[in-house]
Design a protein around this ligand. Structure first.
Ligand code: 13P
Length: 255
């Protein structure tokens, strides 16, 4: 049985002060919520403050990216051990914005994944097709390529720790979410591939969450699908009450 995961990806939003205020409110609002893992991903500058403000709560903290080296001459980059020291337990890897705007590739996703596992972080690896790729009938081909290259070399023990976020690019920030049937179709395919490559146990235990215009109104139906194990929420996670609404409407949550 997979515990659902709801993660808020704040992208480039919120200062340290905003973060502390949000986390204080969030921890009160989710105090009695069980049956769902709750994660927020603030910008790097607010990671430590978020970790401090969430101490002794069941809120997990994620970084939004990492560099694969431990240290070195990589101006502007942040390594896995630095993220761990800041107090985060998760890291998002290969978000479509990183891929499209900052040249992230499947091989770089793969190196980052190894670094995350090496430091004991739980990776949330994002995959998903563009509208053009979907319309060409290439959705599964794209997902297969991103999985094969991105997850190359990881073991069936590691896949159990991994979170995959299926985020169709056309659904991100557009207000147009995948329908529950489209999401289940993709998630079912991803799980089948995981089964081929990592065996039944790994595929059964790896969480595959959905991202792309998730909001309180659609989370119930999306997370109600058998292969949808929660959500990676962008815009709707910025408002703490809306995010809590999403958490409590997700499958498995008990308030
Ligand atoms: P939106 O929820 O704003 O569509 O963003 C999704 C996303 O990119 C989460 O990583």
């Amino acid at each position: 049985m997979r515990t659902p995961l709801i993660a808020g990806n704040w992208k480039m939003h919120k200062t340290v002060a905003d973060t502390v205020k949000y986390v204080k409110e969030l921890r009160l609002l989710v105090r009695d919520v069980t049956g769902v893992d709750i994660v927020i991903a603030p910008p790097f500058t607010a990671l430590h403050a978020a970790a401090e403000a969430s101490r002794n709560s069941h809120i997990g903290i994620a970084a939004q990216d990492l560099h694969w080296e431990r240290e070195g001459a990589f101006t502007g980059e942040i390594s896995a051990p630095m993220i761990v020291e800041a107090g985060a337990a998760y890291v998002i890897i290969g978000h479509s914005e990183r891929r499209t705007l900052f040249g992230e590739t499947d091989p770089s996703v793969n190196r980052k994944l190894a670094a995350a596992f090496g430091a004991g972080l739980t990776p949330i690896v994002c995959i998903g097709e563009t509208l053009d790729q979907r319309e060409r009938g290439d959705t599964f081909g794209v997902l297969d390529r991103q999985i094969t290259q991105g997850l190359d070399g990881i073991t069936s023990e590691q896949v159990v720790q991994l979170v995959i976020a299926y985020e169709p690019v056309w659904a991100i920030g557009t207000g147009r979410n995948a329908t529950a049937a489209q999401a289940e179709d993709a998630h079912g395919h991803i799980r089948k591939r995981l089964q081929n490559w990592f065996g039944a146990d790994g595929a059964e235990r790896c969480r595959v969450i959905y991202g792309g215009s998730v909001k309180p109104e659609n989370i119930g139906e999306l997370a109600g699908q058998p292969d949808v194990d929660g959500a990676l929420v962008g815009g709707a996670s910025l408002d703490v009450k809306g995010f809590v609404e999403i958490v409590s409407r997700s499958r498995g949550a008990a308030v």
